[in-house]
Design a protein around this ligand. Sequence first.
Ligand code: MCA
Ligand code: AMP
Length: 500
Amino acid sequence: MSSLFPGLTGDPTDTPDERPALRFGDRSLTYAELAAAAGALADRISGAGGPVAVWATPTLETAVGVVAALLAGVPAVPLNPKSGESELGHILKDSSPTLVLTAHGDQLPSAFGALERIDVAIGTGTGTGTGTGVRVSAEGPGATYDFTPETPALIVYTSGTTGPPKGAVIPRRAVAATLDALADAWQWTGEDVLVHGLPLFHVHGLILGILGPLRRGGSVRHLGRFGTEGVTRELNDGATMLFGVPTMYHRIAEALPGDPELAEALGRARLLVSGSAALPVHDHERITAATGQRVVERYGMTETLMNTSVRADGEPRAGTVGVPLPGVELRLVEEDGAPITAYDGETVGEIQVRGPNLFTEYLNRPDATAAAFTDDGWFRTGDMAVRDPDGYVRIVGRKATDLIKSGGYKIGAGEIENALLEHAGVREAAVTGEPDADLGERIVAWIVPADAQSPPHADELANHVAARLAPHKRPRVVRYLDALPRNDMGKIMKRALPGE
Ligand code: MCA
Ligand code: AMP
């Protein structure tokens, strides 16, 4: 297939490409330096014979490691470096990586056992922009690595309603298709400089936020950690686009009244994009009032990459996720699967999508893969929506009540319940999401303690979940009950929980 990164051929007969590619804090790489570092690593890992794990800290090493895997045609499995023991153990067992890419000095948990580790070497040119020593990369002239458009690019783990996370196998053609469709919708070019502080183990931060600028030949500046000061600084220093989850835009909206410099910097941006969850209309309005800018929303999913977006040249409309991206077929269906033809802003149906942006399968889960698609290849998103007369899609809810979106992370109630039940002080557990102004939804644990006289403390339960799964999956609120409401079949009736 054509190169995923046309600007990264690293042909030594070319003039070294001194344009900036990646910047994390005070460390940066030009295209020539990235080609050198990732090309050398691609050579080392090309014979890996299986996926390579990437310890996905928000660093240059993660970006170089993933690019190297893509150059070599080897699938990358980005890992949350804050993963707890059982989540990490599951992902390593399920994806069977042949080695793990890390940054020098990273401490790896014992779950890695004796797995080979390669520290990503950035090279002496780091941050200096020398651009010398460029070699021919995998996708340049004389490429020797084997891959096709269907070769897996990434395996990204995503939560379901029950059980441990599933690995979504994302082929190279899906990455190319989604990034090119976004380029069309957002008039995204190599002139753009993106700023963000998203984690690098999910689609949003990694595929859109790192691979996106590299595919366009533009650059990205990663904040390491999201904060409004970093956003102000980078937008004042030439950055043109900002990507974030609604929690980040909510924090921006909260900060704006007391921070005129932030308002001015945001006013200067070419495009502000929000995704991963719904951005409340109130936050849209506060940002527009303070900056004159309209935040563009796009809608996607780990399994489908991007499906819709408000276009940069289209009419902005708060509360909608815009129109289907080029190449994406989108339909709404009734409960029985019958397509809805109405564009009336009222008739609610489940969103189903089809197109080159879709994943291939859930790794080792043919049952789950089969259940996710209709017989004629439509992917069932589980998101409920209406369509306005002009085709704008408005998401109104979700089919599964057992999926929680907190801070833009998707979290299955079942995996948290299972972790809570492993605590000796917990007899029964139910997990729900409730509205939260900052996180969108916060995780609430309903607990029947094993001993009513000495129930486990809320912090202890939060730490227990954080250590097993991940800190963002910890309950933010714990409520204690004598018994969980159950129906005649013994099934927990979450809607009957007090306050639900
Ligand atoms: C707190 N911490 C703990 C505990 N409590 N650590 C261990 N045990 C505990 N009990 C630590 C956390 O690890 C974290 O550490 C810090 O305290 C604050 O935690 P938290 O409250 O979770 O963080 P936050 O500041 O509230 O985070 C808000 C956030 C974050 C920055 C918006 O939620 C975030 O990055 N969200 C992005 C999610 C995302 O990218 N989703 C994309 C998937 P430390 O301070 O060291 O961090 S969706 C997707 O990809 C699709 C395709 C799409 O459409 O985009
Ligand atoms: P994930 O599986 O973590 O990739 O999350 C995908 C889910 O995030 C989708 O199925 C939607 O429910 C939600 N989502 C993503 N973008 C948006 C958006 N702009 N508005 C509302 N929900 C969104």
